[in-house]
Design a protein around this ligand. Structure first.
Ligand code: LLP
Length: 445
């Protein structure tokens, strides 16, 4: 199958798809649909590619890079464990993500905690377990964390989240380093610099360095390069004024993946060497030593490794105003398991997974079963005219931000996530049950 499918996806002679050596019909029969399926070997390989290409590209200059898996893309304790086995660290952005990573056996030293509005409980837990870095996002947080660390008699390792002004990425809601948004401290206004001074001077904080994340679905190497240059400029300016060269610089995540056949991805190797070259030029300009770098890919590790399996229900032919027609293929999930189409107008594609069809393709839209007309999974895709109730439909590249943004709209039961490898499947996250829903509901007296 093409590059938007995980590496082990194949179509067998009878036309059905298999992944990780397991036939999708077997998965659907065993676990039900909708179902998220993660190709374990593929996900590990993508993690290893970041580790190895960045190690090689930066290693040429004698510099080190730590890869933090951005766990918001998809986290389960088994996934956290895989990431550590691949020698990645884990970035978490909430107490929940922190607890799952810890359950996966990730040592706190290998965890970074993010968040623009961390609660006292989150900061306290992070300090108590001893996370390796806390990325501070405001002056309020710097003060609160310093006080909490003092109270607990620990020193908090911190990085300052910098808004570099580099605007990159796909949809406005996933671009994160332009000025007019909630994250970070501005480089342009001097807030980032002041925050560095505040951390440097704080009694109970240890300033590790600076962090930035410029957005998601970034195809432009130039954007990463520009942001790296600005970050090193800030480090240089701070060193010149204070005599302190903080040791670390984190350049964030955002490496683009392809969701459809015609879309582009940012190749990991190209990104590694391109960013290393930009850093080299910036270090030459600013002077001083090379910091230790880190990056935080999420989607580029989890996204292409996952697919969603649905069962087709109702198929409707709808007449359009221009005289054409559209085939509406309704599946047993929708915006409760894939929020990305409605949120970012994201494009996906789909194929019948349980058989081959030689029927003519019809202009089709894959929709869900929710009470909302925007409940679209795939806006435009050619699907055969003979697609029918009971067919399995597979949507590729849903491994990132599928399950992690899933919700219970219409009291939907969020799908299970299973991993497959060498012909064996395992549950990573089990499906919600009606009992789970009723357990949260408080019944009348
Ligand atoms: N690091 C930080 C600080 C982040 O905020 C993010 C994503 C990442 C790393 C990972 O970005 P990635 O490599 O996965 O693009 N829910 C949206 C994306 C929002 C991501 C927010 N932060 C989506 O479905 O596209």
């Amino acid at each position: 199958m093409s590059g938007i499918w995980s590496a082990s996806v194949e179509r067998s002679r009878d036309g059905a798809i298999s992944v990780g050596g397991v036939d999708v019909r077997t998965l659907a029969a065993e676990y039900g649909t909708p179902l998220y399926v993660v190709d374990e070997a593929d996900m590990r390989a993508r993690a290893a590619a970041f580790r190895d290409h960045f190690a090689a590209a930066f290693g040429r200059k004698g510099a080190k890079v730590d890869v933090y898996y951005a766990s918001k893309a998809f986290l389960s304790s088994q996934v956290a464990h895989w990431m550590r086995e691949e020698d990645l660290c884990v970035d978490v952005a909430s107490l929940g993500e922190l607890e799952i990573a810890l359950r996966g056996g990730v040592s706190p030293a290998h965890i970074g905690l993010h968040g623009n509005n961390k609660s006292d409980a989150e900061l306290r837990r992070a300090l108590e377990v001893g996370v390796g870095r806390i990325i501070v996002d405001s002056f309020t947080e710097i003060a609160v964390l310093d006080a909490l660390a003092g109270e607990l008699s620990v020193v908090a390792p911190v990085m300052v989240r910098v808004t570099t002004g580099v605007h990159a990425g796909g949809h406005e809601y996933i671009a994160t380093s332009h000025e007019d948004q909630k994250f970070g401290l501005s480089l342009a206004t001097g807030a980032a610099y002041e925050a560095l001074i505040a951390c440097h001077d704080a009694a109970n904080l240890n300033l590790l360095g600076i962090h930035t994340h410029i957005g998601s679905q970034i195809l432009s190497l130039a954007a990463f390069q520009e942001s790296a240059e600005r970050m090193l400029g800030l480090r240089g300016a701070f060193a010149a004024d204070t005599g302190t060269e903080f040791p670390e610089v984190d350049l964030g995540g955002g490496y683009a993946i392809a969701y459809t056949e015609n879309a582009e991805a940012l190749p990991t190797r190209e990104a590694a060497y391109g960013i290393a070259d930009a850093v080299e030029a910036a270090v030459a300009k600013v002077g001083g030593s090379w910091p230790r770098f880190s990056i935080e890919p999420g989607r580029a590790i989890a996204g292409p490794a996952g697919m969603t399996l649905y069962t087709v229900g109702v198929v409707k032919q709808v007449q359009l105003e221009d005289g054409g027609g559209r085939q509406y293929v309704a599946v047993d999930g929708g915006m409760s398991d894939n929020m990305r189409t409605i949120t970012y107008q994201a494009d996906y594609t789909a194929t019948i997974a349980s058989r081959l069809s030689d029927a003519e393709p019809a202009q089709s839209r894959v929709v869900g079963k929710h009470c909302e007309s925007g409940d679209i999974v795939v806006r435009d895709v050619g699907l055969p005219h003979d697609i029918a109730r009971g067919d399995l439909l597979a949507v590729p590249a849903t491994g990132a931000y599928g399950r992690s943004m899933a919700n219970n709209y219409n009291a939907a039961l969020r799908p299970a996530v299973v991993s497959v490898k060498d012909g064996v499947s395992r549950v990573l996250v089990r499906r919600d049950t009606i009992a789970d829903l009723l357990a949260l509901d408080v019944a009348p007296d």
